[in-house]
Design a protein around this ligand. Structure first.
Ligand code: NDP
Length: 253
């Protein structure tokens, strides 16, 4: 039962957050646990997950860490199996793990294109594939996909990344409509620039100098985006928050 009086509005809910070892995923995991959800956190860096686990435990929350490479379908299936055995059936998937490289198409950084597709598309699919059947059988569930404002507009220097986020948007729109009548909700969160480690992977200095402006204006904090996720998953059952576009005030779409 949700305990709204104490603010534990997600009490008894089980959530999986992929990419919880840093940035948005970390903030989302802490925020969901703060509202009473039991959270399974997935990523490859266990030391970082365990640090988040301590933060959550120190605030009286419940979480587990599961080492997972989302590009490996079997590992994601095992993440869900272990979560259900340990915490219970999954109510919420925050499909957040992702990567990004500023790069110009003409510079042909094909390895980075491939890594982006592997995590942002294949890993994204693997996560949905591992929870959806159970949600359909239980007649409830909420899939929150971490898209981007780059899922609404192709950004210069981010062509492949934007392409992957258009994929997230297209799949989410179709799936949301396909799942009408099943009790499952699908939300896309579309943040603009947020202070995370996402910007550290770029090797294409030409693209970075031209188009990476994240240090030039006040951008979002991970907690701003976590608040949007909490809003989406806290609405009454008949409400579908289809998408939330959240931008730095000084950098609108
Ligand atoms: P970070 O780099 O801080 O976090 C990325 C997370 O994804 C890490 O926890 C990382 O964990 C995880 N991850 C990457 N590859 C894999 C993998 N193969 N398997 C499992 N986990 C993986 O970036 P953000 O927090 O910013 O990014 C999170 C999401 O938010 C992404 O989908 C991104 O596209 C989206 N986003 C970010 C914005 C921003 O400006 N920061 C704006 C809009 C959207 P580990 O390395 O431990 O595996």
């Amino acid at each position: 039962m949700a305990d709204t009086a104490s603010g534990q509005i997600l009490r008894d809910k089980v959530a999986i957050v992929t990419g919880a070892s840093s940035g948005l995923g970390r903030a989302v995991a802490v925020a969901l646990a703060g509202k009473g959800a039991k959270v399974a956190m997935a990523a490859r860096r266990m030391d970082r997950l365990q640090e988040v686990e301590s933060v959550i435990a120190n605030s009286g929350g419940v979480s587990i860490s599961v080492k997972t490479d989302v590009t490996q379908r079997a590992e994601v299936k095992e993440l869900v199996r272990h979560t259900e055995k340990t915490l219970g059936p999954v109510d919420i998937l925050v499909n957040n793990a992702g990567t990004m490289y500023y790069t110009l198409m003409k510079n042909v950084h094909e390895d980075e294109w491939e890594k982006t597709v592997d995590v942002n598309i294949k890993g994204f699919n693997n996560s949905i594939g591992a929870v959806l059947d159970g949600m359909v059988k239980r007649g409830k569930g909420h899939i929150v996909n971490m898209s981007s404002d780059a899922g609404r507009r192709g950004y210069l220097g981010l062509a492949v990344y934007s392409g992957t986020k258009f994929y997230v948007e297209g799949l989410s729109q179709a799936m949301r409509n396909e799942l009408i009548g099943t009790g499952i909700r699908v939300t896309c969160i579309q943040p603009g620039d947020v202070t995370t480690e996402l910007f550290q992977h770029t090797t294409d200095t030409e693209a970075k100098e031209k188009y990476d402006v994240h240090e030039k204006t006040k951008i979002l904090e991970p907690e701003d985006v976590a608040n949007a996720v909490v809003y989406a998953v806290s609405q009454p059952g008949h409400v579908g928050v289809n998408e939330i576009l959240i931008e730095p005030r000084e950098a609108p779409l």
